[in-house]
Design a protein around this ligand. Structure first.
Ligand code: SAH
Ligand code: SF4
Length: 340
């Protein structure tokens, strides 16, 4: 049986301890981290600033793991959906989204999602497992290498609810943000949550200052509960307070994501509720036309419906965008990520 330990799963501090035990200088940990996370090289034989003896020792006891790339699908719009396999055979999906000067990777944080929002394909899967920190960060590394680009932005908007796997998401943020790692600025990272209130408070106190997006989808309590069961646990009024708190701490605008669902949340009363919810908080609004999902009884909104809601929103004192999802033709768009 292979009993080697995966060095990629070790934090910088743990690597320092490892070298300390070997009576090696602690800067070796930084050098190793650079090989793994900056240069993205898994073959220990190539770590040429280590002595041959040290390399032999590492090779005998450790390995550098990675997610295996199983498939990738190129969308007509330039985005690419990736399917990765974990060491235990489970599969996850990530999306590469190039746009002007940005090269964004959308990462998964869980295998499936326990929150079961009724409009979301990932929610239909249920939850299989949490991803570990290195597996979350490795999606970015593997895509950067495959595309041969420097990734500029990371959004935690793939499969799963980031705040239900917060410790591992924090580990991934450290790797992505570190000078020894991928050196991606924390302001270039966004966590999207279905509204897990303790997570929002924790993010408000978390340094580095990662951006926050909240999936609102309806500002009417009963309606929100119908499509997002978690809304029963965390009410809209608590959600609003948490958003205010985050802004007070971080002085960063929060994005409200609003999936426009045909004849469900696009009427005038829905807009008025959104207007009331967004009053006196520093937000911007992203309208996301619903992407069709198998076995989901909702329909995409019509062009007129989108235009009408958007026009109403233009009267609000905040910025509003329609975010046409990328990668719809390869099932890589918002809410379409699911392994079937
Ligand atoms: N669990 C987190 C992050 C992953 S979902 C969250 O819910 O925020 C990422 C985004 O996709 C959310 O804003 C969600 O509302 C949106 N989404 C889910 N299903 C969708 C669908 N079928 N069409 C369009 N957007 C969808
Ligand atoms: Fe989970 Fe987000 Fe999908 Fe809801 S929308 S089921 S929270 S991934």
């Amino acid at each position: 049986m292979d009993r080697k330990i995966n060095l990629k799963a070790r934090s910088l501090k743990e690597l320092e301890l490892l070298f300390k035990k070997r009576k090696e200088p602690s800067y070796r940990a930084g050098q190793l981290f650079v090989w793994i996370w900056k240069k993205g090289i898994e073959d220990i034989s190539l770590y040429t600033n280590f002595s041959k003896r040290l390399r032999e020792y590492l090779k005998a006891n450790f390995y550098v793991g990675k997610l295996s790339l199983r498939a990738c699908f190129n969308s007509e719009d330039g985005s690419v959906k990736y399917v990765f396999e974990r060491e235990n055979g489970e599969r996850i999906e990530s999306v590469f989204i190039p746009c002007k000067e940005r090269r964004t990777v959308c990462v998964s944080t869980q295998v499936g999602c326990p929150l079961g929002c009724s409009f979301c394909a990932t929610g239909k899967m249920g939850i299989k497992d949490n991803l570990s920190g290195w597996e979350i960060a490795d999606q970015v590394l593997q895509i950067a290498r495959h595309q041969n680009v420097r990734v500029s932005n990371v959004v935690f908007m793939g499969m799963g609810e980031p705040f239900l796997n917060w410790e591992n998401v924090k580990r991934a943020i450290f790797i992505l943000n570190s000078n020894f790692g991928m050196n991606i600025g924390s302001r270039k990272m966004t966590i999207s949550t279905a509204g897990i209130i303790p997570g929002i408070y924790s993010l408000a106190d978390f340094s580095p200052g990662v951006r926050l997006a909240v999936s609102l989808n309806s500002a009417i309590q009963e309606k929100r509960e119908k499509i997002m069961p978690i809304a029963k646990k965390y009410s809209l009024s608590e959600l609003k307070r948490a958003i205010e708190f985050y802004y007070e701490r971080k002085h960063r605008m929060v994005t409200l994501e609003y999936v426009l669902i045909n004849s469900f949340n696009t009427a005038k009363e829905d807009f008025l509720a959104l207007k009331k919810f967004s009053k006196n908080i520093k937000v911007k609004i992203n309208l996301i036309p619903f992407n069709p999902v198998k076995d989901v009884p909702f329909l995409a909104p019509s062009k007129n419906e989108i235009a009408r809601f958007y026009k109403w929103c233009l009267s609000l004192p905040c910025s509003v965008n329609i975010r046409e999802s990328r990668g719809r033709d390869v099932r890589g768009a918002c809410g379409q990520l699911a392994i079937v």
